[in-house]
Design a protein around this ligand. Structure first.
Ligand SMILES: [Zn+2]
Length: 342
């Protein structure tokens, strides 16, 4: 593990990654981690990870508690960027905290909740299903971290399994179900029965450990000035982020079809409608069909003509569609007026 010869290879990879990042559209949003690091995105279904040990001075846990403000700014798209809370992290002034307190004082609880900093546990992990990616940063929801810790401790004997040990640690798996910000659920947390080395290839172990030693968690954090965040915040519309999943979810990349929408539950439709800009209270008041209409309108999803069956399979609508039926038009007008009133 002390072979330092691997360091050069490491930096080379790091540089390639960095170059790659500048090409991707990832940089369009501000991020709470520096742009040369990869963020692990939880997958639908099984997630199998190996947690890497902490490499910073005085660490008591493999993860570092971080506090994030979600959905700041966003240019009206409803998503915005995620910022570290300058108050909770550094003890400095945080304009979002101030806004949160003021909103609470005004009795605007939902708005205040959407602003409030939420905690994540940031750690280095290896994705066992994609080890080629190397160490990735995982902003683990606290409930997963709690589960992981409790499964690592044997209450009766008082013994602890050091899951992050490079030679005799334990892999960890969990399942993600549900879609969208509000319906995502994690379950089936499982720490492996037997310990395994971080990798069967000792060179890999060296490489990964070198990498995280060079990049301890506190050094990957990307802070922004309060004045800058204030500018982002005040210049744009805010949308509620009601779930801790905003970070991993990138709803703007998801494409829905009309058919998928018709298979969603009312609750899912409400959440999606809120994501694309409808106020929750209004979304809840609408029926399923109306919600689908609204979402299609906002996301520019092709809608089959009202009154006809949804085309199935290969049966395609003609290219130049006629004007929407009067009923649909008036419905859209109604929705627009609702939106404007809000
Ligand atoms: Zn804050």
């Amino acid at each position: 593990m002390n072979k330092r010869a691997k360091r050069f290879e490491y930096k080379e990879r790091n540089f390639d990654d960095l170059k790659e990042r500048t090409k991707s559209n990832f940089k369009e949003r501000d991020s709470f981690i520096k742009s040369d690091f990869k963020l692990y995105k939880t997958k639908d279904g099984a997630n199998k990870l190996r947690v890497l040990p902490p490499t910073w001075e005085g660490a008591k846990h493999y993860g570092l508690d971080i506090w994030l403000h979600y959905s700041i700014g966003g240019n009206g798209d409803g998503f915005g960027s995620t910022y570290l809370c300058n108050y909770k992290m550094l003890g400095k002034e945080c304009c979002i905290d101030i806004e949160t307190k003021e909103a609470e004082a005004r009795g605007e609880k939902a708005y205040a909740d959407s602003l409030k900093a939420s905690r994540k546990v940031l750690m280095w992990v290896i994705d066992r299903t994609d080890e080629e990616e190397g160490p990735q940063l995982f902003a683990m929801p606290p409930n997963i971290d709690r589960e992981l810790v409790s499964q690592s401790c044997d209450e009766e004997t008082g013994s602890v399994r050091f899951i992050d040990h490079p030679e005799k640690g334990f892999d960890f798996s969990f399942t993600k179900t549900g879609k969208g910000k509000n319906n995502t659920k994690y379950s089936e947390y499982k720490v492996a029965w037997s310990s395994t080395p971080l990798s069967k290839n000792p060179d890999k172990v060296d490489e990964w450990i070198d990498y995280i030693t060079d990049n301890p968690i506190p050094s990957v954090l990307n802070y922004y000035d309060d004045a800058y965040i204030k500018k982002v915040f005040s210049g744009h519309v805010f949308k509620a982020a009601e779930d801790e999943e905003v970070l991993e979810e990138k709803p703007e990349e998801e494409e829905y079809t009309y058919e998928e929408l018709t298979n969603m539950s009312k609750n899912e439709l409400v959440n999606l409608a809120v994501e694309v800009g409808l106020e929750k209270i209004k979304a809840k008041a609408l029926g399923g069909d109306a919600l689908i209409e609204f979402i299609c309108e906002e996301l520019k999803i092709e809608v089959p003509d009202i009154g006809e069956d949804v085309p199935m399979g290969d049966e395609k609508e003609e290219e130049d569609k006629p004007e929407p039926a009067a009923a649909v038009r008036s419905f859209r007008e109604k929705l627009n007026s609702m939106k404007n009133k809000g």
